[in-house]
Design a protein around this ligand. Structure first.
Ligand code: KG4
Ligand code: ZN
Length: 381
């Protein structure tokens, strides 16, 4: 089989991304245009602004991806685009552009599930290192701003099949990081700054009990019936517990002062954050992160046990978290389980993972019809 160059396009949330990947295993280019500066003043992603920014960025981002890869519109073998899940308007920008390109260039177009893309970020980089062998079944934790999903993955012809055995009942893990950072006036997105501040506090200072990170929810609606035990997550309680802690420990004045102080910086550095965080706030941040990390690691490994998996993947924006990576490595090593992460840049949204996930579909000519549309709530099977 000759080399196949796939141009991937990703626009599901607040990153406009394009990449060229050779045969699912070699990144030729990877361009990510982040919209963080646009959404920062609002403390979260504003869907209408996201669509508008995608419209502005998509053409130059795709051009740069082709130029960096020394490819042209004509030379690539296929186009791949994220179909869902994500923001409908944002997805439509990428899909419409990819369809127009595919139609005018007469190239095949492949629709990719964003969650499968995150899983392929791991595969892509392992193949790039020469590792083509994984023991099955694989348990994949996809943990990001919109998702906290556990998938049991098995081999199916050229691709994989997935069984969801866990998901969040309310907030996703990344969403909890973002909301906690917002209520502590630490800016957006919250994950990276909480990650960097956490090592400056005492992770045992504040304890969050099982009532904050609930193991079971009374509301079972929306959860697909499965054949085995489920390992669901819930992170809205811990966000409320942090808010309550702020109120009961009189931290509000400090939060207001920090919000004001950080207005003076366009891109605050770690020292700037540290200068406006007292010990109690650093301890709270550090304890919050520890509780999140422990719950994610504990539930994933418990699921791994229950389903007797051979390999664990951890991927998605929150997989960039330093403490999460360390804790997973330590805990999985004790159990003799190999655990794989993408590199930190490939943990967050990118298009290289979309182009990589498209490759098995390219091999079996699983191409998208021209009338396919965005699927905001797309599941993975
Ligand atoms: O995968 P991603 O880029 O977009 C989604 O598909 O949602 O994930 C973004 C999420 C945000 O919630 C962000 O706060 C979180 O990932 N995140 C982190 C870190 N870097 C990004 N969370 C914890 N620690 C990090 N280092
Ligand atoms: Zn994502």
């Amino acid at each position: 089989m000759p080399d196949a160059y796939i141009l991937g396009i990703e626009s599901s949330c607040d990153e406009t991304a394009a990449a060229v990947v050779r045969s699912g295993e070699q990144i030729a280019s990877n361009i990510v245009f982040s919209q963080i500066a646009t959404h920062q003043p609002y403390g979260g992603v504003v869907p209408e602004l996201a669509s508008r920014e995608h419209l502005r960025a998509i053409v130059p981002v795709v051009r740069k991806a082709l130029a960096d890869a020394k490819q042209t519109y004509q030379s690539v073998d296929a186009l791949a685009v994220t179909q869902g899940p994500g923001l409908a308007g944002a997805l439509l920008v990428g899909i419409s552009y990819a369809k127009a390109l595919a139609f005018s260039l007469d190239k095949p177009l492949i629709a990719v599930n964003h969650l499968e893309g995150h899983i392929h970020a791991v595969l892509l980089e392992e193949r790039q290192k020469g590792n083509h062998q994984f023991d099955f079944p694989v348990l994949a934790l996809v943990v990001s701003g919109g998702h906290t999903h556990l998938y049991l993955a098995k081999r199916r012809e050229e691709g994989w099949s997935y069984q969801n055995i866990g998901r969040t009942r309310d907030d996703a893990a990344g969403e909890a990081f973002d909301k906690v950072a917002k209520l502590l006036a630490l800016g957006y997105p919250g994950g990276p700054i909480i990650d960097r501040l956490s090592s400056h506090g005492n992770p045992k200072a504040v304890s969050f009990g099982p009532s904050q990170i609930k193991h079971r929810d009374r509301n079972d609606r929306g959860v697909p019936p499965g054949d085995g035990p489920r390992f669901d997550f819930s992170y809205s309680g811990i966000k409320t517990a942090v808010l309550r802690y702020v109120e009961t420990h009189n931290l509000q004045a400090g939060v207001a002062a920090r919000r004001h102080a950080l207005l003076n910086f366009k891109n605050p550095k770690l020292e700037d954050y540290l200068a406006c965080c007292d010990r109690q706030t650093l301890d709270l941040v550090s304890s919050f992160q520890r509780a999140m990390v422990e719950d994610l690691v504990e539930k994933t490994l418990a699921a791994g046990h229950a389903y007797d998996v051979a390999t664990v993947f951890v991927t998605g924006g929150v997989a960039a978290n330093q403490e999460l990576r360390q804790r997973f490595e330590q805990a999985a090593a004790l159990e003799g389980l190999p655990v794989f992460f993408p590199s930190r840049p490939l943990s967050t949204d990118n298009a290289a993972m979309i182009a990589a996930a498209a490759y098995p579909k390219f091999l079996v000519q699983d191409f998208a019809p021209m009338d396919f549309s965005a699927e905001a709530g797309m599941g993975l099977r």
